[in-house]
Design a protein around this ligand. Structure first.
Ligand SMILES: [Zn+2]
Length: 81
């Protein structure tokens, strides 16, 4: 406000720097529960267990993993001389 008054009074106002403030839109997380079942064979009595599908083995989806990787990179570059 002071700069505007200064400029209005005939002074010169110039941009010092442009400060950026970045925010993400609110994100609703998607959480899937993959229930693995086991069953007993009626012939021999052995137990058979379901296998977790490959895409769920890490516990994190590709977009979430990419975000974590990106943030890790940013964290690594901040504060370095
Ligand atoms: Zn069997």
């Amino acid at each position: 406000m002071r700069l505007r008054l200064y400029a209005a009074a005939g002074g010169i106002a110039a941009i010092l720097y442009t400060h950026q403030w970045i925010e993400l839109p609110e994100i609703a997380m998607q959480v899937k529960h993959v229930v693995l079942k086991k069953g007993q064979c009626s012939s021999c009595g052995c137990w058979v267990k379901a296998q977790l599908p490959k895409e769920y083995q890490t516990g994190y989806g590709p977009r979430f993993s990419a975000l974590v990787a990106e943030l890790s990179g940013i964290q690594g570059s901040v504060g370095r001389p």
